[in-house]
Design a protein around this ligand. Structure first.
Ligand code: FAD
Ligand code: SIN
Length: 537
């Protein structure tokens, strides 16, 4: 039984049920009808897996200026100061909002919240719920949506945005909703909306090894790009330094908060090595720690590095990191008595769909918030724990503006044609999808990873061109399935990353290229790509 009718109309169509989408929905719900769609179960997204916490200025020794400065330093010259300022200044109010909804954060006595520390932060400013902050935030936001009767449909995959331009309607191009595939039935509905919101999260699955859950296939960026929206800074993909290295662990994250609380990185010979790479050692910004681990592993020919927590009392570890402790135990590792084997893995997409300070993209009536968006907060490298904060701040900001825009909108709802399956056949070669999926992710890992070279980028580019051609043919010949939708999006996002990386002929933040190892301030600008202009401008 389909959960969506073949045709639906809502005021606000929210694609994504993580921190950004749900923050938007909760703000907008009093002003119009809201439909939230999630690709799999409602809780499944990066938000659910966030460990370390949410950065915000709450400590007695902290100031907005310091958080702003730390964010700008991590961003290596490419943050937009206004985006940083609003995010930082609105942070404490957003934390109070979460507390008001019932989020339980760790406390330091009855009045104060416990603040932990992560790399690049000059003060303790990370609020958290043990080491499962995201699970707690997602739980409470979902419960709040339910309490307010917000409609949420699971297993509903947005396939493509609907725009007036694509439909050949007159007037300036604008967003009209999305075509949505229901996993259970294979049916595709046309959902029209006054306002469409991309809150689809990141794209870690474009790489072979990632901390991201399976839904992180970059659908929002790919759909927005195909619809003609402006995309920026896709070369800046963040690799988290410490992912559990174990054949059975599917990219389990070992939070940066462990280093914040004193964890020491050692090589296989037991030597602490970070001091040789950066004076800030384990608390250097993430790009530096990830590259240092990568270099140390390659230098010695080891499989992994080790994060040593054994000098800290067991009681402290159990109190602060119960989830990480228990998960490591499942894999036979007791972090209280032995160092944890770790490797870097793809973690966070700093670029994305360009928005202004109220979440508007370059396509009227299309908004974006959360990891899918490029607000200018992160620049060339995201500061740890700034992304849940960004989702909270910009989800709300986007909703406030979208509510106003809804009030300004008049006229009849345009008629949207049904999805046209053409002569599409039932898919008969699942192996093609699986093979191409694997090839995209492997080539991105091998050629477009932590350390890049022009030669490897060229190689990735030509392989991707062939793969995208095959995928395009397959897409138009066969009936659309969720796997095919994701594969097409992965290949588009991979191409955007490669083209952006080729274009930046310097090393800055997360983009490190052997041929140009230094930053070159003549290139201190965003890498902007739009449709029809795969060569970045
Ligand atoms: P998500 O929470 O990823 O949600 C995306 C939603 O979009 C999902 O509901 C998904 O189903 C839906 N979706 C995607 N595609 C489609 C489609 N085609 N159709 C319909 N729905 C779709 N950040 C911090 O600030 N602090 C941390 O401690 C932290 N820890 C992290 C730990 C891990 C393991 C990971 C992976 C990330 C972590 N991050 C952390 C980053 C942070 O969690 C994410 O950036 C943030 O949660 C993204 O929120 P979001 O709302 O943008 O997207
Ligand atoms: C972590 O807990 O290390 C993740 C924090 C983040 O990605 O911001």
């Amino acid at each position: 039984m389909p959960a969506l009718s073949p045709r639906e109309h809502v005021d606000f169509l929210v694609l994504g049920g993580g921190v950004a989408g749900l923050s938007f929905a909760l703000e907008a719900a009093a002003h119009g009808s809201v439909l939230v769609l999630t690709k799999r179960q409602r809780f499944e997204g990066s938000t659910q897996y966030a460990q370390g916490g949410i950065a915000s200025v709450l400590g007695a020794d902290d100031r907005f200026e310091l958080h702003v400065e730390d964010t700008l330093v991590a961003g290596a010259g490419l943050c937009k100061r206004e985006a940083v300022e609003v995010t930082v200044r609105e942070g404490p109010e957003r934390i109070r909002w979460l507390l008001g909804l019932g989020v339980e954060l760790d406390r330091e006595g009855p009045e104060a919240l416990h603040l932990t520390r992560e790399g690049g932060h000059s003060r303790r400013r990370i609020v958290h719920a043990k080491d499962t902050t995201g699970r707690e935030v997602e739980r409470v936001l979902l419960a709040a949506c339910e309490a307010r009767g917000i409609r949420l449909v699971e297993d509903a995959v947005a396939v493509d945005l609907i725009t007036s331009g694509k439909l050949g309607m007159g007037g300036p191009n604008r967003a009209l909703g999305a075509y949505v595939l229901e996993r259970a039935t294979g049916d595709i509905s046309a959902v029209s909306a006054a306002i469409t919101v991309l809150a689809t999260g990141g794209a870690g699955k474009v790489y072979l090894y990632t901390t991201n859950p399976d839904v992180g296939t970059g659908d929002g960026v790919a759909m927005a790009w195909r619809a003609g929206a402006t995309i920026a800074n896709m070369e800046f993909f963040q690799f988290h330094p410490t992912c559990l290295f174990h054949p059975q662990a599917k990219s389990f994250l070992i939070s940066e908060a462990l280093r914040g609380e004193g964890g020491i990185l050692r090589n296989a010979a037991g030597e602490p090595f970070m001091i040789r790479y950066d004076p800030r050692k384990e608390l250097a910004p993430r790009d530096i720690v990830a590259r240092s681990i990568d270099a140390e592993i390659k230098r010695r020919g080891d499989d992994c590095a080790y994060l040593d927590m054994t000098h800290l009392p067991k009681g402290f570890l159990l109190e602060h990191f119960p989830h990480i402790h228990a998960t490591c135990r499942e894999f036979g590792i007791d972090m209280a008595v032995q160092p944890i084997p770790v490797v870097p893995a793809a973690h966070y997409m700093c670029g994305g769909v360009v928005t202004d300070l109220v979440g508007r993209t370059s396509i009227p009536r299309l908004y974006a918030a959360g990891e899918v968006a490029c607000t200018g907060l992160h620049g060339a490298n995201r500061l740890a724990s700034n992304s849940l904060l960004e989702g909270l701040v910009f989800g709300r900001r986007a909703a406030l503006r979208a509510v106003d825009e809804l009030g300004e909108t008049s006229g009849p709802t345009p008629t949207i044609p049904d999805w046209n399956p053409g002569a599409a056949l039932a898919p008969d070669e699942g192996v093609v999808v699986a093979h191409n999926w694997d090839e995209v992710r492997r080539l991105m890992w091998n050629y477009v990873g932590i350390v890049r070279s022009q030669k490897r980028l060229e190689r990735a580019r030509s392989r991707l061109a062939v793969l995208r051609g095959e995928i395009r043919d397959y897409y138009w010949q066969y009936r659309v399935t969720p796997d095919l939708v994701e594969l097409r999006n992965l290949a588009d996002v991979a191409t955007l990353i490669v083209e952006s990386a080729r274009h930046r002929k310097e090393s800055r933040g997360l983009h490190y290229v052997l041929d140009f190892p230094q930053a070159d301030d003549r290139q201190l600008r965003d890498t902007v790509v739009a449709l029809g202009d795969l060569e970045p401008r």
